[in-house]
Design a binder for this molecule. Structure first.
Ligand SMILES: NC(=O)c1ccc[n+]([C@@H]2O[C@H](COP(=O)([O-])OP(=O)(O)OC[C@H]3O[C@@H](n4cnc5c(N)ncnc54)[C@H](O)[C@@H]3O)[C@@H](O)[C@H]2O)c1
Length: 433
């Protein structure tokens, strides 16, 4: 099959290269010329384990191409995947679909006679497929297009594995011919055990939002339970294990930590409640989750203040990890974007280290410095905050690396054992314990 991925970001690039690896002819298009030029040279613009090798392999065997010529790519493809961003509207709460509709208008203008399947892999609110159809059908024959929803469930940091071994593949179409073609496209994954679900387009769009809202709720739930654990001298890890072993609950996404962040949960929770509001349905539970998550960053900042006994000014604070989760370079809605500027404003001197490199956002903030390794980042620390759960941070010998005697560790990911820290006479705070 000839596939065209429009938007070569985390989703378009990963799914494009995986489809190529499954034997399809794939072209990944982006309007960002710099990104495309880099990719043509084998330079990967994002941090995603295993991606570089897979891109190079499939470029070499000729199944994967990169292009900025949208017209040519659309005309030559059988299936077009829309993988552009759907961020939250500026000064609003609902999804900004400008990129999706711009691409749709381009598709309409380039398609003349050959039938195409147009798929939204971008996360889009319920009824977006109907709107795409309306744009495509304007002055065109309905026989030219089939508009499908096929949401993507991959997680950054584990994206390739998630794409190749998905729990489920959701295809939203009521067109039998299209469904048959897509089932065939995904057959190598289905034969490895992935469940294939064919629903209506609207249901498929909502499955994605409902899934993300549910996972965000699960994280927020255990974060609130962690707050109770801190007051009652209970280890929240015991609660996560005790609850998670119940098959009806499950242990994943049941570990407490900082507020959830990333490119999906914050924007998708806001978008689903706004969509529901438009249909005069009050998703009060998800609204509460959004509020609780926003408060969480302030709550953890208050704890930092408490740990430093209100004396933040001139304190050397080290952040280990600033991305919203490990194994990605994605900073979108990471809680460090609020914590670091807030502490720097109060006079703290921040050193940070992240295995995915320096972040542009912090370059312009006074008293915030990127260190090239863990050793130099923590050397002069009064307080070390473990913000992201990278493997690199899991066996640090703090005593030998930190010069100051009375340093404190605030482990927001509960990587270390409190008992071991007590034994080593290190002042240590975790989450929910
Ligand atoms: N990142 C994730 O983990 C993830 C997981 C599942 C679903 N999603 C959803 O997938 C969608 C894409 O997310 P992402 O993280 O890959 O976004 P991204 O911002 O990393 O990539 C989007 C790309 O689209 C390109 N683009 C925008 N308009 C274009 C146009 N007219 N022509 C060509 N290219 C264009 C941009 O230049 C950018 O490179 C979003 O709706 C997101 O919610 C993301």
């Amino acid at each position: 099959m000839k596939l065209c991925m429009i938007g070569t970001g985390y989703v378009g690039l990963v799914s494009g290269v995986c489809f190529a690896d499954l034997g399809n002819e794939v072209v990944c298009v982006d309007k960002d010329l710099n990104k495309i030029e880099k990719l043509k040279k084998g330079i990967i613009p994002i941090y995603e384990p295993g991606l570089e090798e897979l891109v190079k392999k499939n470029q070499k065997n000729g199944r994967l191409r990169f292009s900025s010529n949208l017209k040519d790519c659309i005309i030559k493809s059988d299936i077009i995947f829309i993988c552009v961003g759907t961020p939250t509207k500026k000064n609003g709460r609902d999804a900004d679909l400008t990129q999706v509709f711009n691409v749709t208008k381009k598709i309409r203008s380039y398609i003349k006679s050959k039938f195409k399947i147009v798929i939204t892999k971008s996360t889009v609110p319920v009824t977006t497929g109907d709107q795409i159809e309306k744009i495509l059908f304007k002055n065109k024959s309905k026989k030219l297009f089939s508009v499908v929803s096929n949401p993507e469930f991959l997680r950054e940091g584990e994206a390739i594995r998630d794409f190749i071994y998905p729990d489920r593949i959701v295809i939203g179409t009521s067109n039998d011919k299209t469904n048959k073609i897509l089932k065939n496209l995904y057959s190598p994954l289905i034969s490895k055990g992935a469940k294939y679900i064919n629903t209506t387009r609207r249901a498929s769009e909502l499955i994605k939002y409902a899934s993300n809202a549910f996972l965000a709720t699960k994280i927020t739930f255990i974060n609130e339970i962690a707050n109770l654990c801190e007051k009652t001298n209970i280890n929240v890890e015991d609660i996560s294990i005790g609850m998670g072993l119940d098959k009806r609950i499950g242990g994943r996404f049941l570990r407490s930590g900082p507020a959830y962040g990333g490119s999906c949960f914050p924007k998708d929770t806001k978008s689903i409640v706004t969509t529901a509001d438009k249909f005069k349905v009050n998703l009060s539970l998800i609204k509460t989750v959004i509020k609780s998550n926003k408060k969480r960053t302030l709550l953890l900042l208050n704890k930092v203040n408490e740990i430093l006994k209100g004396k933040i000014k001139n304190k050397n604070i080290c952040f280990l990890g600033v991305t919203f989760k490990a194994n990605t370079d994605d900073m979108r809605d990471s809680s460090s974007l609020i914590m670091i500027p807030s502490l720097a404003k109060k006079g703290a001197k921040i050193n940070y280290y992240d295995p995915s490199g320096e972040k542009n956002f912090f370059k312009k903030i006074k008293n915030v410095i990127f260190s090239k390794n863990i050793k130099s980042a923590i050397r002069n620390s009064d307080l070390v905050i473990i913000h992201t759960e990278w493997n690199d941070f899991k066996s640090i010998n703090f005593k030998s690396l930190i010069k100051k005697k009375n340093f404190v560790i605030y482990d927001m990911r509960n990587i270390y054992s409190s008992l071991k820290m007590k034994k080593d006479k290190i002042k240590y705070f975790g989450i929910g314990r």
